[in-house]
Design a protein around this ligand. Structure first.
Ligand code: GUN
Ligand code: ZN
Length: 437
């Protein structure tokens, strides 16, 4: 049986780094080794130790002096919005009506869906993202296309067909019954097939009738281990419209609460303008708030108060995400760079170890996947990226006077993009190099 041995500077987080000096929060090997067999990491540690476990047929790939990290995880992204990125001049609701819903209507066409799914996953790999939680369009075909493409590449994904039955053009609407039936059919066909996970995906309260939210809750009860993903408290006009549509609700979060949609597998995109009551409700239920900085800046939605949410008496579980196409970059490095600035505008700091924890183990924990991805621990899937902090002339120049790992990570975040991702291993298979070949 062939095994692969990767050699390089390995970095994997053990827990949240409290401060920039909290070196016990991560495992770092200056000369590290990762032994890979059947798509999994079977040994990790100092190269000299790991190499002893290699066999005669082991292929060694030397990535020194580059860093080896777990692949990045994008916890909220819309694959049908590749051709929406860079749409000028609108806030959320106008942006959806003017650009996004018309674009998503094209995904009735299965061939279009397959083409964009392929290009989307190419782009993810190019940027070092090996796991995504993705929204498809309302059309079941779009989710079929996405899962087929992800399965072919053996990429771990969470995805769902969006359910939406009102307040949008007919071409992107389903009904409560068809949304339920299509989601069930997708679960039967794809959930647990290879590395695919189906998510219950009501788009948001504005585009789902009470009947549809009821049926989303029914699905969550029938399939309690499935993820549920939706949007919450992104924009003031959205919040006001939701209040009008659900006049009985205490607040926006209460709408989802009443339909049984809060819980440990529930991922709420944005969560910018939450009241203390709403934050308590998310915290009590173990729900996850997904921070989408490039999108929140681009659409002028607001500043997610990351450190306050973490530090409150009832802390929130937080994930980070691109939210393409409201988001403006496929890169999780660019995303955390903008995240750093959002947090700075809130008068706080996110240190580089905290950022890279978030991109890897933090997002894996938020998606309840840390036993599979997000670390370099033995027994986990071999989704690994190779990072080069001197990838461009400007980065190389800045690297000349960098001395610590923290400084190097911060440079990668501040100036890095897909050029800093030298290689990407998806379940042990080199995927970025393949693309270039
Ligand atoms: N709210 C409902 N749908 C969407 C979407 O596609 N993008 C963003 N950013 N917010 C949403
Ligand atoms: Zn979104």
């Amino acid at each position: 049986m062939t095994t692969t041995l990767l050699r390089g500077r390995t970095l994997s987080f053990l827990r949240w780094p409290e401060t920039i000096d909290d070196h016990a929060a991560y495992a770092y090997e200056d000369d590290g080794g990762l032994l890979i067999r059947d798509g999994k990491i079977v040994a990790a540690g100092a190269y000299a130790d790991v190499a002893k476990q290699a066999g005669d047929d082991t292929k060694t790939i030397d990535h020194r002096p580059h860093l080896l990290l777990p692949g990045f995880i994008d916890a909220h992204v819309h694959f049908p919005q590749m051709q929406v990125i860079a749409s000028y001049g609108a806030e959320l609701l106008d942006w959806l009506n003017t650009y996004t819903f018309p674009e998503e209507s094209k995904f009735q066409n299965a061939q279009h869906g397959r083409r964009i799914a392929r290009l989307f996953l190419d782009e993810m790999v190019r940027h070092g993202t090996t796991t995504v939680a993705a929204y498809c369009s309302v059309h079941r075909e779009s989710a079929e296309a996405f899962f087929a493409e992800a399965h072919d590449r053996n990429m771990l994904t969470i995805a769902g067909k969006v359910m939406m039955d009102r307040n949008a053009p007919d071409a992107v609407l389903d009904t409560p019954q068809s949304g339920y039936d299509d989601t069930r059919a997708l679960i039967e066909k794809w959930h647990g097939k290879g590395r695919q996970h189906v998510a219950i995906t009501p788009r948001f309260a504005i585009t789902s009738s009470p009947e549809q939210l009821e049926m989303s809750g029914a699905l969550a009860r029938e399939f309690p281990d499935l993820h549920m993903q939706t949007h919450l408290s992104e924009n003031h006009a959205e919040i006001a419209f939701t209040q009008q549509l659900f006049p009985w609700s205490k607040d926006y979060t209460d709408v989802y609460e009443r339909y049984g949609l809060l819980g440990k597998k529930s991922l709420f995109g944005h969560c910018i303008h939450l009241s203390e009551r709403e934050a308590d409700a998310l915290s009590d239920s173990g729900s996850v708030a997904v921070f989408c900085p490039t999108s929140n800046l681009f659409l002028g939605s607001g500043l997610f108060d990351y450190q306050r949410y973490r530090r409150r008496e009832k802390p929130l579980r937080i994930a980070a995400a691109t939210d393409v196409g409201g988001g403006t970059s496929y890169s999780m490095l660019r995303t955390m760079d903008e995240g750093y600035k959002v947090i700075a505008l809130n008068g706080e700091k996110l240190n580089p170890f905290q950022s890279f924890w978030q991109l890897t183990r933090g997002n894996a924990e938020a998606l309840s996947l840390a036993d599979k991805v997000g670390t370099l621990e033995e027994g986990t899937d071999a989704d690994i990226i190779v990072l080069d902090a001197g990838a461009t002339p400007a980065m190389g120049l800045r690297m000349e006077n960098i001395e610590t790992l923290a400084e190097e990570l911060f440079l990668l975040q501040t100036l890095g993009d897909d050029r800093a991702i030298r290689e990407v291993y998806v379940a042990g298979r080199a995927a970025k190099g393949d693309m270039a070949a």
